[in-house]
Write a protein that binds this ligand. Structure first.
Ligand code: NAP
Length: 283
């Protein structure tokens, strides 16, 4: 899996990582999901995204099983819930995540979405977590441009490393202002739900057919083509979720090659970006 620099941090992170929302379930489903995460790690998909919210902590426990013995390979990301994001609440939530993940540090810790606590309070807690060595970098998720700038202004010692936001073919709003702004500031953009959270373009629709044709011409699958398209810009990453090794293998081949200009134009035309600024989409 090819890597690219994660914004100003200089850390090299795989272009395609692994999401973990909804990986919990029956023991059999969980065993399969852990196996898929391990397959991904073997393929270099070492950016693992989780959150205290996912399965109320269960996803973090499953990640712990997947990364056991290979923590140093992983770029591990978790998130604090806005309802926990007071100063003390953020520190305590991070401690709980570390415990569930069986690790002493996170590579990146994010505020899951803007909430009721003043952003300066949450950012102060995150800066103190960096100082304590509990997290390497801090960032936000689901922050639109103005909210992101407010978070940047609230920081005293650290810088925002990442904004994790919704980005799939049906929701390209971030291409207008958010991606260019993040690129200008060296803030990594991590696009979530690249397959529309299960609402993948049907090959029966005209746009889905275009996607399938472009994919076929490149000798790739539609999902690989989507991941390639979504990560075509520098500083942009994608974190598909898969709970099957076979899916993970397919997704891992979404990077390391380039769509030709005709393919880019065809996908861009079939799934157009908005022609005016739109509020940030969120799941
Ligand atoms: P997604 O990645 O867009 O889609 C996941 C769905 O696609 C699952 O049903 C999965 O099935 C299926 N899939 C994956 N690879 C496939 C393949 N090669 N062939 C066929 N089906 C495939 O959805 P998501 O989970 O919403 O987003 C990804 C990650 O982003 C999350 O897991 C989470 O870590 C993160 N996220 C963050 C936020 C936030 O607010 N920050 C919000 C949403 C998501 P199987 O499970 O059966 O493989």
């Amino acid at each position: 899996m090819i890597r690219r620099v994660f914004g100003w941090t200089g850390v090299e992170v795989p272009v395609i990582g692994q999401g973990t929302w909804m990986i919990e379930g029956s023991r059999e489903a969980e065993r399969r999901a852990i196996e898929a995460l391990c397959t991904g790690l073997d393929l270099g998909m070492t950016h693992i995204d989780t959150a205290e919210m996912y399965g109320s902590g269960r996803a973090e426990e499953l990640v712990a099983e997947a990364i056991a013995g290979r923590r140093h390979e992983v770029f591990l990301v978790s998130k604090v819930l806005p309802s926990n994001a007071s100063y003390k609440g953020t520190i305590a939530a991070c401690e709980r995540s570390l415990k569930r993940l069986g690790t002493g540090w996170l590579d990146l810790y994010l505020l899951h979405w803007p909430g009721r606590y003043p952003i300066a309070e949450t950012m102060r807690a995150m800066e103190d977590l960096v100082a304590a060595g509990k997290i390497r970098h801090l960032g936000v998720s689901n922050f639109d441009l103005g909210e992101l700038q407010a978070a940047e202004r609230a920081l005293k010692r650290e810088r925002i490393a990442c904004n994790q936001v919704l980005y799939h073919l049906g929701d390209r709003g971030i291409e207008r202002r958010l991606i260019p702004y993040c690129q200008s500031r060296g803030i990594a953009v991590v696009g979530y739900s690249p397959f529309g959270h299960g609402d993948f373009p049907s090959p029966r629709s005209a746009a889905g057919r275009t996607l399938a044709e472009v994919a076929e011409r490149h000798g790739r699958t539609p999902r690989q083509t989507v991941l390639n398209f979504l990560t075509r810009q520098p500083g942009v990453f994608s974190i598909p979720k898969s709970s099957r090794s076979q899916h993970t293998r397919e997704n891992s081949a979404g990077a390391g090659w380039s769509l030709d200009p005709e393919g880019l134009a065809a996908i861009g035309g079939a799934f157009p970006a908005p022609d005016h600024d739109v509020p940030l989409g969120m799941l």
